[in-house]
Design a protein around this ligand. Structure first.
Ligand SMILES: *Cc1c(COP(=O)(O)O)cnc(C)c1O
Length: 410
């Protein structure tokens, strides 16, 4: 009989979003008259259509594939040079990143999970709490943790608590970590790290020979010019950081699928014999062995986001969602709730009224306002007492959510 990877049995089987779906379904069945009123602000998925520049480039890419003269088969596994160069020119200009340090993929979810392929066993892995669940679950699958307790906290991970006291930006730990996951702007809290805070992390990583895995999926939502968009804006990061970028949230590509990993050639890990090995070399081997490239029309569409028209259209999308975030922030504050995030990120992170847990608040919002939010405890035990409202929605829906927030019974 085939032995399985028993680490999968340690997973809190898809606990958060299936439970949300179950409660929404039960509510709809018990209150059929209310079902049509439900507005979903739970899952972080974009709602607005693709920028026209990307649509046009995708059509052109398909037309090329339809013609014998311009047909293309397998592309370069690392991604087409035109897209890697456009990413360097438009997102990493002046930061010392070269196009051959950029690896195109079909998404950051896969990249942040797959990256564990190139790391060995026995690393101390630091994860913020609350956190994007993918970082935790992929470490569980890889056998880097023990079992979970009732709150879903896994033995063997170094949790970095994020709370109102540190404005949801984790402090560097007292002890030693080997791999650190950072996500800024943050999902779920909407927090951003200042330059000084990122400098402290890079300093810590260099002092401890640690690697920072920096997820910048939401960098396009940063409004404050003083907040860094890339970890590579920090001196020394080229020696200790890997950055993940995605077109999902800026270009609305969640259904199109395109992202990239940036691995400077100077970032190293340690081999069993103690020698230093560039991670770029390992990821290149991994990527070219297990991946055959994102599709050509999709890479053309991604590159079109950097055209003059594409940039304007992306800016308009971001302005739309950030306008939503502002309205949601104001409404939650007017309802007397503590509000975080939503200024440089499309997520508003809200404190529950006194005495209510995250799931109590979920039930109250669903039952009294027919609004679906995400309970903070689903992102980690430190998320208890908070909930996340996503700004990814139409303006009409957001305005209605705001009206309903204001009328919630105290
Ligand atoms: C949405 C999101 C991503 C992007 O994932 P894709 O697979 O590229 O769609 C990455 N990280 C975080 C934290 C996200 O919320």
């Amino acid at each position: 009989m085939a032995a399985i990877n028993s680490n999968f049995l340690k997973l809190k089987a898809g606990y958060l979003f299936p439970e949300i779906a179950r409660r929404v379904k039960a509510y709809s069945e018990n209150h059929p008259a209310m079902a049509a009123r439900i507005i979903r602000c739970g899952i972080g998925d974009v709602t607005e259509p693709l920028p026209p520049a990307a649509v046009q480039a995708m059509h052109e890419g398909v037309a090329e594939l339809a013609d014998r003269e311009t047909f293309k088969g397998y592309g370069p596994e690392q991604g087409y040079g035109f897209l890697r160069q456009a990413i360097v020119d438009h997102q990493f200009a002046g930061l010392g990143i070269s196009a051959d340090e950029v690896f195109i993929s079909d998404g950051s979810k896969c990249d942040t999970g797959n990256i564990l392929d190139i790391f060995g066993k026995g690393n101390t892995i630091a994860i913020t709490d609350p956190v994007y669940p993918v970082y935790v679950d992929t470490n569980v699958m890889a056998g880097n943790t023990g079992d979970a307790d009732a709150q879903g906290t896994y033995a063997g991970l170094l949790y970095l608590p994020c709370n109102a006291a540190n404005q949801f930006v984790a402090d560097v730990p007292a002890g030693k970590a080997d791999i650190i996951y950072l996500c800024f702007p943050n999902n779920p809290t909407g927090a951003v790290a200042t330059r000084a805070q990122l400098e402290a992390w890079v300093k810590y990583a260099r002092a401890n020979d640690a690697i920072i895995l920096f997820d910048a999926a939401y960098e396009a939502f940063i409004q404050d010019p003083a907040i860094p968009h890339s970890i590579f804006e920090i001196d020394g990061a080229r020696d200790c950081a890997i950055e993940f970028r995605s077109f999902s949230k800026n270009g609305g590509f969640t259904g199109v699928r395109c992202a990239c990993v940036v691995i400077p050639k100077s970032v190293c890990g340690q081999a069993d014999d103690g020698s230093r090995v560039p991670l770029h070399q390992l990821w290149s081997r991994r990527h070219t062995t297990k991946f055959n490239g994102a599709s050509y029309p999709v890479q053309k569409a991604a590159a079109a986001l950097f055209s003059a028209a594409g940039k304007q259209q992306v800016a308009a999308l971001i302005a739309h969602y950030m306008g939503n975030a502002k309205l949601l922030r104001e409404a939650a504050a007017a309802a007397g709730l503590p509000v975080f995030g939503g200024v440089n990120a499309p997520y508003v992170w809200v404190g529950c009224p006194p005495g209510l847990s995250s799931w109590d608040m979920f039930d109250k919002m669903l039952g009294e306002a027919q609004v679906v939010i995400t309970p903070g405890s689903g992102f980690g035990s430190a998320g208890e007492g908070y909930f996340r409202i996503s700004a990814f929605n139409s303006r009409a829906n957001v305005e209605e959510v705001c009206r309903r927030l204001m009328t919630l019974a105290a």
